[in-house]
Design a protein around this ligand. Structure first.
Ligand SMILES: [Mn+2]
Length: 357
């Protein structure tokens, strides 16, 4: 297995690439969406949080990620001695009506296809997405970690309705004139996911790109009054079964699986890695589960990380693992310290199960 680091858009520079290499990473996963763009209460010092107004303002709806910029990014990362494994998340500006079943749906499906083609042409193997109306919302943060480290968690779902002009916990229309996004039924949400996969899986196959789905984080059955797609481990299977193609795969977030209320996280790791449908892994630890949990340092919490790695190894997963989130540590560089701690632990753990590369 390979060790990687996820980098937010503002981290795409040589200093962060060197930091990743120094921590033992061979790969990076890149976020091209600027989650922090003009965010009211969301600062770029940690994983994005935000309040009811969301993380920030989504990107330019008319400017898709071009082949040229993706190829240049890959070249820059390769020059730093790293591989670019995946682009994580579409920009809600480019595909919100795929999620909302809105009036621009046909155009937004074409946007997704164009981006997938550009990613494939640039030689980037994976496009990861999170098919979620409300997105990563409703989380709280406090000094609840070991030694008072700042961590995120939840206390119940945030079901204040999603206002018009928001999707995926970002602002997609700053001029929306009030009202709420009508709540979908779970059946409607699954139909939207099927419409999406029907449209993009053939394009991904042709482009040599693996599509990788993140589960809903936090995995509450609803968020902002909207249903969630993958909020129990078994629902990942339903998503895979919508399309048998190996290009329909998973951005396998084991921390989120551990937060799910039905449990069975180790069985889920076995079930999905055995099918060869895990594109890459988010690995972090957590204490508790929906409706109340806290993220923790990777060496504590409810999840037996060494057992997870042994299962992945036994099932011949040889892709990339990234730490996903880490607690903020008390020093001048809280994000770096948290990630370095998690990566050091993961590197030792991979060596101890005989799966380091
Ligand atoms: Mn994750």
């Amino acid at each position: 297995m390979k060790l990687g680091l996820g980098l937010y858009k503002h981290m795409l520079n040589d200093e962060y690439y060197r930091f990743a290499r120094q921590c033992g990473c061979t790969h990076v996963v890149v976020h091209l969406v600027d989650y922090f763009n003009r965010g009211q209460d969301n600062r770029p010092v940690d994983q994005p949080l935000g309040g009811l107004g969301g993380w920030g303002v989504a990107g330019d709806p008319n400017k898709l990620w071009s082949y040229e910029e993706l190829a240049a990014l890959k070249a820059e990362i390769n020059a730093a001695g790293l591989e670019l494994e995946a682009i994580e998340n579409f920009d809600p500006a480019h595909w919100h009506d795929v999620l909302l079943d809105g009036p621009q749906k046909a155009r937004h499906l074409e946007n997704c296809k164009t981006i997938i083609r550009n990613i494939g042409r640039a030689g980037i193997p994976i496009m990861a997405y999170n098919f979620s109306i409300a997105g990563v919302a409703g989380r709280i943060k406090g000094p609840w970690g070991r030694g008072g480290a700042e961590v995120v968690g939840i206390e119940g779902a945030e079901n204040d309705p999603l206002p018009q002009g928001m999707a995926w916990n970002m602002v997609v229309d700053e001029h929306a004139r009030g009202g709420i996004v009508p709540p979908a039924t779970p059946e409607q949400l699954w139909q939207r996911a099927k419409d999406f996969l029907d449209a993009v899986v053939p394009v991904a196959e042709e482009a040599g790109v693996t599509l990788a789905a993140h589960p809903d984080d936090p995995p509450t059955p609803t968020m902002r009054g909207q249903p969630r797609l993958v909020h129990q481990p078994r629902l990942y299977q339903k998503l895979l079964d919508l399309h048998p193609s190996p290009n329909n795969a998973l951005e396998f977030c084991i921390g989120t699986l551990a937060e799910m209320s039905e449990g069975g996280v180790l069985e889920a790791v076995d079930q999905y890695s055995k099918q060869g449908r895990v594109a890459y892994v988010h690995l972090r630890n957590v204490r508790g589960h929906v409706p109340s949990y806290r993220e923790t340092f990777i060496d504590e919490g409810d999840l037996d990380v060494l057992r997870v790695l042994r299962i992945l190894k036994d099932n011949k997963f040889d892709g990339v693992i990234i730490p996903d989130h880490a607690p903020q540590m008390a020093c001048a560089a809280p994000w770096h310290a948290g990630m370095a701690f998690a990566l050091g632990y993961l590197r030792a753990a991979l060596q101890s199960v005989g799966a380091a590369e």
